[in-house]
Design a protein around this ligand. Structure first.
Ligand code: UDP
Length: 324
């Protein structure tokens, strides 16, 4: 099959391309190399079935051409990372909303199936137990930049859904919960690559707030496995929205301690108020756990890598990079 992966040189996109190539598909990765990196896919360049196109999802003509020749589309290209969104809200909004609209519009022109990646940020401050796909979104003021990402992604979801409802375009929506693994950078705020880099340099681990907030981290291999299975599904996935995440919950303070222990680091933990870490009035989610019953029932999805396994794989990756 011919497959287009937007954001294909990004952290998750590059792992997805690899998986699709291993399954003998022809893969075109489209990436503007803003947060994506050539280095993420450099090892795939020798593969005749792989093609990297450097360009933007905002380039209508390019997207038209790519959609025409592909069979299906994984749309991952987006401005991601809370820190990046808070720093550059305008560009993030434009990329995430206009870009997705263009991809969906062009996919519709040729009636190509699209899987679109959304985010657990959709749920906002809703911390009530494991979050189900139909649960409410609880958001702060639209003038707080953090919520612009959640809002932009909600618009993407709505677009994908109505393209299916009104125009019959086969679309699938996936909400990824805190995906981590090799190649993820800490540059846009993500906590695990940050803490690991800090621990390996014996620098203080910067815990924001009091560290009592919790997350569930998912290994990128488990994430891309779910994306591929949903796309392959002949029935039941199209027109649906699915949480993809782990249910192994950890507080950020415990996470920092675990990373210090696994890296045998002499680092200490420092606590930084949210106002200093992000911006004044920044609001964090205290807890975020997915309900994964829906995807379990459809494709038998079960995360396979534990938190410890995730941390070890990220530590190995960072150690390898440091020795380059
Ligand atoms: N965080 C932290 N120190 C950092 C980066 C992040 O304590 O250096 C916290 C952040 O405030 C949040 C959690 O770790 O509570 C997860 O942050 P991340 O940006 O990885 O994901 P998200 O906020 O989207 O869950």
């Amino acid at each position: 099959m011919e497959i287009l992966v937007t954001g294909g040189a990004g952290f998750i996109g590059s792992h997805l391309c690899e998986k699709l190539l291993n399954a003998h598909h022809d893969v075109t990765a489209l990436d503007n190399l803003s947060t994506g990196k050539y280095a993420n896919v450099a090892h795939l360049k020798g593969d005749k079935k792989f093609n990297l196109v450097v360009g933007s999802i905002l380039d209508k003509k390019l997207i038209d051409k790519l959609c025409e020749k592909t069979d299906v589309i994984f749309h991952l290209a987006a401005a991601v990372g809370v820190e990046l969104i808070v720093k550059e809200p305008l560009e993030s909004l434009t990329t995430n909303i206009k870009g997705s609209e263009i991809v969906l519009d062009m996919a519709r022109r040729y009636n190509k199936k699209v899987l679109i990646t959304s985010t657990s940020e959709i749920y906002g401050k809703n911390t009530s137990g494991p979050l189900k796909e139909e649960d409410d979104r609880i958001l702060g003021s639209p003038l707080k930049s953090r919520w612009s990402y959640s809002t932009a992604k909600a618009v993407d979801e709505m677009l994908a859904y109505v393209y299916w409802k009104e125009k019959g375009l086969p679309t699938i929506i996936v909400r990824l919960f805190n995906t981590v693994g090799p190649r993820q950078t800490g540059s846009y705020g993500m906590v695990i690559p940050r803490f690991v880099a800090q621990a390996l340099k014996n620098e203080p681990l910067t815990v924001y707030g009091d560290g009592a907030q919790s997350r569930c981290f998912l290994h990128v291999q488990d994430a891309v496995g779910a994306l591929v299975k949903l796309m392959e599904r002949p029935q039941g996935a199209v027109g649906g929205v699915f949480n993809v995440g782990s249910q192994e919950e950890v507080t950020i303070k415990d996470l920092a301690e675990k990373i210090i222990q696994l890296t045998h680091s002499s680092s200490q933990i420092v606590y930084i108020p949210y106002d200093k870490a992000y911006e004044e009035g920044f609001e964090d989610m205290q807890r975020r756990v997915p309900d994964i019953g829906k995807i379990q029932r459809l494709i038998g999805y079960e995360p396979t890598v534990s938190l410890e396994g995730i941390l070890k794989s990220v530590i190995t990756y960072f150690k390898g990079r440091n020795s380059e």
